[in-house]
Design a protein around this ligand. Structure first.
Ligand SMILES: [Zn+2]
Length: 385
């Protein structure tokens, strides 16, 4: 008996294998059916109503798609082998009721059970995303993934502008803009989402106009709201990545704690005068990526914090930092390269220099070390007078 066969026999002794017809019946009764095949395989057809989550992304994304670990999950692959291994992964994550569809999609089709074909790119999408489609690291599969992705942007200001523009251009399918300000003339020195013709408009509406003008095929959700403990989970839940371009520390701490609870990575950026910084917090496998509080455990006392409104910023600086944030976001969505996690990238605009410092996970971190998860609360503003 080969090692693989021995391993499979061992898995079969512990993971229930469900015949396709019975799996279909259970799906109709509320079990989540997850197709763990690669996108190239599911493009030709997948069980109707199944969640398509290739095995390489299963552990990263399942929690977002199935937060209730008690809900029964059935995994399906091509022939019933990969789904056994995937079932083992889910059990290790804490899912209590995990089964594998016997014979996989071949058996599903042979039983005449309902199949759906995921949408393919149309001609205008092929033209729009041609420079992505020709890159093997993105390709049709990656473009599909971007089109199915949902990103929340906190702040439609200096940092949010370039991030939103590039994500819209790249074809991220749904962008949620969250901001409660109106466009003022003093914003236009750096906030390229907005324009003289939209002065006085809600920033989220002005931003929506600009983004849909650039790419009318995506969805832009305008949330004219200020993030608070009471609404943060509702506003940020259901997104694949959260981009924090907020301009105040209370929001940053709250967003950090909420995203830890949601299991969503945060792309963080900050700017001050001629300097900026970027990093990626949380969202990875538990306790493997530091969070914002690992880096800055507590907000500084008010007298040391610069005044938020009065600290100037060179107009192009949010462009430099924001485009790096957009790049990190796309990398996370596509699972490409090494995210800027565990590292803080520093940019000194006057010297034209980048530096990097390591950000280790803090074993005593008040937010990410606790098993119960952080308590969500509103902090007082910490800008100096
Ligand atoms: Zn932490």
């Amino acid at each position: 008996m080969s090692l693989k066969d021995r391993r499979l026999a061992e898995l079969r002794s512990r993971i229930p294998e469900i015949p396709a017809a019975a799996a279909h019946a259970r799906q109709r009764e509320g079990s989540l059916l997850v197709d763990v095949r690669e996108d190239e395989e599911t493009a030709a057809g997948s069980p109707a109503g199944a969640l398509r989550l290739p095995r390489g992304f299963l552990e990263l994304r399942i929690e977002d798609k199935a937060p209730d670990t008690a809900r029964p999950i059935l995994l399906i692959c091509a022939g019933g082998t990969r789904s056994l291994f995937a079932a083992e992964d889910l059990k290790r994550l804490g899912y209590q009721d995990v089964g594998s569809v016997e014979g996989g999609f071949s058996a599903w089709k042979a039983a005449g059970l309902p199949v759906e074909v995921p949408p393919a790119l149309d001609a205008s999408q092929r033209e729009r995303y041609r420079r992505h489609l020709t890159m093997p690291e993105v390709g049709e599969r990656g473009q599909h993934r971007l089109l199915q992705s949902r990103v929340a942007l906190i702040g439609a200001g200096g940092l949010g502008s370039p991030v939103a523009m590039y994500l819209a251009a790249a074809g991220v399918g749904r962008l949620t803009l969250i901001d409660d300000d109106r466009v003022e003339r003093s914003n236009l020195q750096r906030q390229i989402l907005h324009a003289e013709s939209r002065l006085g408009q809600r920033k989220v509406e002005s931003g929506r106009t600009a983004l849909l003008d650039l790419n009318p095929t995506i969805e832009v959700v305008a949330q004219d709201a200020r993030i608070e403990a009471a609404n943060v989970l509702d506003l940020l839940g259901g997104h694949d990545v959260v981009v924090d371009g907020s301009d105040n520390l209370p929001t940053r701490y709250l967003v950090n704690d909420a995203c830890l609870r949601l299991g969503v990575p945060v792309v963080y950026g900050a700017i001050f005068r001629f300097e900026g910084q970027v990093s990626v917090f949380g969202g990875g496998p538990a306790a493997q990526r530091p969070c914002y509080r690992c880096l800055f455990p507590e907000p500084p006392p008010a007298e040391y914090a610069p005044s938020c409104a009065e600290a100037g910023v060179l107009g192009v600086l949010p462009g430099v930092i924001g485009t790096i944030m957009a790049a990190e976001t796309v990398k996370l969505l596509l699972g490409l390269g090494q995210p800027l996690a565990g590292r803080l990238l520093l940019y000194d605009g006057l010297r034209g220099e980048f530096n990097e410092i390591a950000v280790p996970v803090d074993p005593d971190c008040a937010s990410c070390s606790g098993r119960a998860g952080p308590e969500l609360r509103d902090l007082a503003a910490v800008c100096g007078a």
